[in-house]
Design a protein. Structure first.
Length: 409
């Protein structure tokens, strides 16, 4: 990574509204920031939806309507669960999925450069994107423009409360992008000015996170706790999701800025109390038996996630965590081939043998949960659009949940 780089910002969001996907539709794209745009509430709504699409493209594959295997990018499992050190490849399958071990051992250079035997997972999953941050900076660039232009929108329908809500969403996406980059790259270049093109050095990640928290605090209270339209619940920025993000950034700071960790811990507690005590019934913990509803998304337990909707042809394909641990109760002999499992020690630490635990009973097969091999079965994310479909991958209809209400506790 270079210490100095230049931003030449050009945000291209040019597709029509299709199904539940609401993109920014502007002709030509150069008018995004022009005087003939930013005139109405609908302009702001379209731009906001376009920025969520940019964020989704940063963490998964660009074309959600493509076939499985097309431009995959499993960012969330690769940057999260698989890097925790508690997973292992089920080598008896013979798939040669060595990237699982490389991520678990934090061998990122090999993960990016090595051509694995069997299938070329490096090319299939676009491992090189793990070294690239340009998509996140597109989100940031668009958010910076939104923050600059929303206050001046002349439409009378854009009340002060609506402007504050849209500003909160723009700032939320901006800081989600920064937080994801900090977790992966550490020090990153930080800026919030619109139409920015000056050279920048990387800023220490502690300073970046402090700036992000200050930015969030200035805007998050303008965000809605939830939405009247259930379509937007948990997939557009809500105040609970913003609080969860600030809590996580404070916890991250507590780990790296240890002399001040008590300050960060107290802030986490205060934010959690706010989310629990002031949400007015917007959020609730659902019974564990409703876990399919939770991971489908848009429930009162979902604070923010990246959705797919199979009714409109959207699919994560092989870009989500589910693909690594897929389990098919309809065809257990040929289709239940989880490529990875959790180590037995890790599973016993979470679910001690002999203790009753509904999570273990509902989310896993208790008979194989400690096996750490291909017999491991994880049902937690098995959310099906059509339970009788022959195409197993084609049935998955879950949201990639980033924050849920339990994260607040």
């Amino acid at each position: 990574m270079k210490q100095i780089f230049y931003f030449f910002i050009a945000v291209f969001i040019v597709t029509s509204v299709t199904g539940c996907k609401k993109f920014l539709n502007v002709d030509p794209p150069s008018d995004l920031s022009g005087n003939n745009f930013w005139q109405t509430r609908q302009d702001v709504e379209n731009f906001t939806n376009g920025n969520y699409e940019l964020f989704r493209q940063s963490t998964t594959r660009p074309n959600m309507q493509a076939g499985a295997g097309t431009a995959e990018y499993p960012y969330l499992p690769f940057a999260g669960e698989l890097r925790g050190g508690m997973v292992k490849e089920n080598t008896e399958l013979g798939w040669g999925r060595g990237y699982i071990a490389d991520l678990a051992n934090n061998n990122i250079r090999r993960f990016v450069d090595f051509i694995y035997t069997g299938n070329n997972w490096r090319a299939l999953f676009n491992h090189v994107r793990f070294t690239q941050w340009d998509r996140y900076y597109r989100c940031i660039a668009a958010a910076n423009i939104a923050v600059d232009r929303i206050p001046g929108v002349p439409d009378p329908a854009m009340t002060p409360a609506l402007k504050a809500a849209y500003l909160g969403e723009a700032v939320f996406i901006r800081n989600m992008a920064y937080f994801f980059m900090v977790r992966q790259f550490g020090d990153v270049a930080y800026y919030t000015q619109p139409y920015f093109s000056d050279p920048l050095k990387r800023m220490p990640m502690i300073e970046v996170l402090k700036n992000c928290i200050a930015d969030m605090k200035a805007h998050y209270k303008g965000m809605a706790w939830t939405y009247d339209d259930p379509f937007y619940v948990g997939i557009r920025g809500m105040r609970g999701g913003a609080i969860a993000l600030m809590m996580e950034m404070n916890m991250w700071l507590a780990g790296f800025d240890t002399p001040n960790r008590e300050i960060y811990f107290k802030e986490v507690i205060a934010l959690g109390d706010e989310a629990r005590n002031e949400n007015g019934g917007a959020y609730e913990l659902l019974p564990i038996e409703n876990y399919i509803e939770i991971f489908k998304g848009r429930s009162k337990e979902n604070l923010f996630g990246i959705p797919q909707n199979r009714n409109y042809g959207e699919r994560f394909g092989w870009s989500d965590f589910f693909d690594q641990v897929k389990y098919d109760p309809l065809n257990p002999t040929t289709a239940s081939i989880p490529y990875m499992s959790y180590t037995a020690d890790f599973m016993r630490a979470l679910y001690p043998e002999g203790e009753a635990d509904q999570r273990l009973q509902l989310w896993f097969n208790p008979a194989t949960v400690y096996n750490a091999n291909r017999t491991f079965q994880m049902k937690k994310f098995l959310v099906t659009a059509d339970p009788n479909s022959i195409d197993f991958n084609d049935r998955n209809d879950a949201t990639q949940c980033i924050y849920r209400y339990p994260d607040i506790f």
